[in-house]
Design a protein around this ligand. Structure first.
Ligand code: HEM
Length: 504
């Protein structure tokens, strides 16, 4: 006892060496070191799960893969707050649903990159090609102007007539996609209209809509499945073969269409009549500014952008219309007052206030894209937190739209857009240098297609069914999970409605 109090260090080492085997000391030292590391990693002031000797990062990446990005982000924001630090692939990743941090990230030029598995992006052709997940800032800067030009100015005006025409044509052939019970797979119909309108404006080569729509869906499945996979996944070829094939199928189909376009251009008498998005890219390749692979990927991305986002958005809108008859009534009243029975034209667009509020509220309440992925290209401070260069950032816009500003955040109500909404609180398309390049054309297309459709049809869904019955993948973009039966709709032609009412 006296020895212990006079020289505790010597006493402890004596007791340890007497009572424990020789391996214990190194083990204790190792544990001490790990404990130090644990504490070191915990010094981050950003809320979130603990590092716990590397177990934290493993669990958080696993949660993203298991739950899907959307659900995992919501889980972390609900559990730890609206600004959270997690890990994906061992990389620090911030998930935020605060309007202030989103505004900061979207606005500044040092967040113009996204993040994702390099091998996954390579597998689907997006690595340093195209625009959507091109994470090479220099290459992306060369590509983006081609998209900006095609999606604004005269293209925007032309798109209105294209949308009206395409909607009319597809509705005229409705019986071909109607089941014996009179039901329609409205999502597929919307996808076909989107592909047709995009093709007419950006490429102009006849194509088999149904076949390409199916290939686009498979491409998206591959994209969602591969985007965050760890590198080890790509070591086992049978795991990713199926996805590689889906990407190859669509890429090959697009390559054939582009080859037809090249031939058309080489034999065209008046080139100016064929100067669309695809032609601009082909000529840039001829000048040596772009590679053939990049041209193919850009055309592919331009053709998939609307069939993915807009078709699902419009599908959700049709379901919301069927569920809210008073909203349909208000829109019909406005459509009648602005256009009567004629087709929509560009001057009508700003006059359709109710239709516009409906579109915004649908995108807020039932979003198709509710996440934006970015990377910090330099050290920064966001909302008082130090953010290191290379940090991944996920902007949880869907959650932000239900947390801040809106008077009835969890309800579908046009009251949410009765007053003008400051744009930092409503960002369905993102904004700034890497915001959605198609946001203006998207609004024009939604208005033109929705109005043309409502002028011709009244939408019904089965009693007791509605948006709540649509199972979601809840992944990158909230696609309905098509492995389960979809909400089928009935399109009642307005002429028949009038007749039915007369008969009654
Ligand atoms: C309802 C319709 C749509 C929604 C909700 C939507 C939403 C978005 C969002 C949130 C982003 C990411 C923005 C960011 O990082 O800040 C994005 C990017 C993009 N969108 Fe859209 N979008 C829609 C329609 C379209 C359409 C119709 C096109 C083209 C025809 C398009 C083309 C693109 C492209 C090319 C990008 C990538 C831009 C880049 O990385 O530079 N989008 N979109």
């Amino acid at each position: 006892m006296i020895e212990e109090s006079l020289n505790p260090g010597h006493y402890i080492s004596k007791v340890v060496s007497e009572t424990m085997p020789a391996a214990t000391l190194p083990l204790l030292l190792l544990m001490g070191f790990l404990f130090l590391m644990w504490n070191f990693e915990e010094t981050s002031s950003i809320p979130g799960p603990g590092y716990c000797m590397g177990i934290g990062p493993l669990i958080s990446h696993w949660r993203f893969l298991w739950m899907g990005v959307g659900s995992a982000c919501n889980y972390y924001n609900e559990t730890y707050g609206e600004f959270v630090r997690v890990w994906i692939n061992g990389e620090e990743t911030l998930v935020t649903s605060k309007s202030s941090s989103m505004f900061h990230v979207m606005k500044h030029g040092h967040y113009i990159c996204r993040f994702g598995s390099k091998l996954g992006l390579k597998c689907i052709g997006m690595h340093e090609n195209g625009i959507i997940f091109n994470n090479n800032p220099a290459l992306w800067k060369e590509i983006r102007p081609f998209f900006t030009k095609a999606l604004s100015g005269p293209g925007l005006v032309k798109m209105i007539a294209i949308c009206v025409d395409s909607t009319r044509e597809h509705l005229d052939h409705l019986q071909e996609v109607t089941t014996e019970l009179g039901h329609i797979n409205a999502l597929n119909l919307m996808r076909c209209i989107m592909l047709d309108t995009s093709n007419r404006l950006f490429l102009g080569i006849p194509l088999d809509e149904n076949a390409i729509v199916l290939k686009i869906q498979n491409y998206f499945d591959a994209w969602q499945a591969l985007l965050l996979k760890p590198d080890i996944f790509f070591k086992i070829s049978w795991l990713y073969k199926k996805y590689e094939k889906s990407a190859k199928d669509l890429k090959e189909a697009i390559e054939i269409l582009i080859e037809q376009k090249r031939q058309k251009l080489s034999t065209a008498e008046k080139l100016e009549e064929h100067m669309d998005f695809a032609s601009q890219l082909i000529f840039a390749q001829c000048r040596g500014e772009l590679t053939g692979e990049n041209v193919n990927q850009c055309v592919l991305e331009m053709l998939i952008a609307a069939p993915d986002t807009l078709s699902v958005t419009l599908f959700f809108m049709l379901a919301l219309i069927a569920e809210h008859p008073h909203v349909e009534e208000a829109m019909m009243k406005e459509i009648q007052a602005v256009m009567g029975d004629r087709d929509i034209e560009s001057e009508d667009m700003p006059k359709l206030k109710v239709v516009e509020s409906f579109i915004y509220e649908s995108m807020r309440y039932q979003p198709v894209v509710d996440l934006v992925m970015r990377k910090a290209l330099q050290d920064d401070v966001i909302d008082g937190y130090a953010v290191k260069k290379g940090t991944n950032i996920i902007l949880n816009i869907g959650r932000m739209h239900k947390l801040e500003f809106f008077p009835k955040p969890n309800e579908f109500s046009l009251d949410n857009f009765e007053k003008s909404v400051p744009h930092r609180y409503f960002q369905p398309f993102g904004f700034g240098p890497r915001g959605c390049v198609g946001k203006f054309i998207a609004m024009v297309m939604m208005k033109a297609i929705l109005v043309s459709l409502l002028q011709r049809c009244h939408i019904q869904i089965q009693k007791g069914k509605g948006l709540k019955n649509i199972p979601k993948n809840n992944d990158l973009s909230l696609h309905p999970n098509e492995t389960q039966p979809l909400l089928e709709m009935v399109f009642v032609p307005r002429t028949n409605m009038a007749k039915n009412q007369e008969i009654k």
